[in-house]
Design a protein around this ligand. Structure first.
Ligand SMILES: [Zn+2]
Length: 275
């Protein structure tokens, strides 16, 4: 499927109401047979069948999809998402940053029964519910930031996305966002900074995904915990803080205001926001 999908609210409705209701998550055992779902399928937003795939296929798809894109493609789309709230466009920057330097590789398993130590996937055939991935993509800009299933899906879908160009309002919001991140106090964390990022229209969960995307790009990283700008970080090296609940993806979970903004990585992915 390569044709552009349709992001009108009427077409998105089936995707959104299948997985989200007034009380939050819905977990249907199969796709509801409703006119809204049929419309979403016809619009290219939902899929009648899951992906049947494997480790090697997903690596191949993620590597190929990232190679077909440039930092400029996904950077422009990210900027254009800031005021439009087109979260499908925002997500691709994070997936591109992670997949850009992902090495092509066969399953690497030093100990039987473990996941691949490069990408974190288990071997064997797998079925991927791409509808729930697309829901998360449109609802929050994605949540499985470094999950290879999501990377491959998100980047392939990005090529089908109706694109927008960033406006001067997007650039202004982006610069304001960076200024707040750059001048945050040392006590500020990637979670506590969220209320200060209200210049970006949307809700807290959307802004949290946005911070995670900036982490994947290495714009928000720390001296000990890098993003993916300079090299692909194998899954067994993505250390998480030792605390009961980590609610932000690596490496943004480590970021504090003391780390500020990495300007070299900002210039690499979002040059229009670089100072
Ligand atoms: Zn792997």
């Amino acid at each position: 499927m390569s044709e552009t999908y349709d992001v009108s609210p009427q077409s998105l409705r089936g995707l959104m109401e299948t997985y989200w209701g007034p009380r939050g998550w819905r977990t249907p055992s199969r796709l509801p047979e409703t006119p809204a779902v049929e419309r979403a399928i016809a619009a290219g937003l939902m899929f009648a069948e899951p992906w049947t795939t494997s480790h090697d296929d997903l690596v191949d798809r993620a590597v190929r999809a990232a190679a077909a894109l440039s930092a400029d493609d996904v950077g422009q789309a990210f900027l254009a998402s800031l005021t439009s709230r087109r979260l499908d466009l925002r997500s691709a920057l994070g997936s591109y940053a992670v997949a850009r330097l992902l090495p092509s590789h066969a399953f690497q398993d030093p100990f039987a029964g473990d996941p691949c130590h490069i990408c974190g996937l288990y071997p064997g055939k797998r079925t991927v519910d791409v509808n729930v991935l697309n829901f998360e993509r449109f609802k929050w800009g994605g949540v499985r930031r470094d999950d290879l299933e999501y990377l491959a899906f998100d980047l392939e879908q990005f090529t089908r996305a109706p694109k927008l160009s960033p406006t001067s309002a997007d650039i202004e919001v982006g610069k304001h966002l960076l200024e707040v991140l750059r001048t945050s106090t040392a006590k500020t964390t990637s979670t506590s900074v969220l209320p200060a990022l209200r210049m970006v229209p949307g809700n807290k969960d959307e802004r949290s995904a946005l911070v995670e995307i900036l982490g994947a790009c290495g714009v928000l990283e720390t001296p000990d915990h890098h993003g993916y700008a300079e090299s692909y970080l194998p899954s067994d090296q993505r250390e998480l803080p030792v605390r009961h609940h980590v609610d932000t993806a690596y490496p943004a979970c480590w970021w504090t205001g003391a780390d500020g903004v990495n300007d070299a990585n900002l210039a690499l992915f979002l040059p229009q926001l670089a100072t």
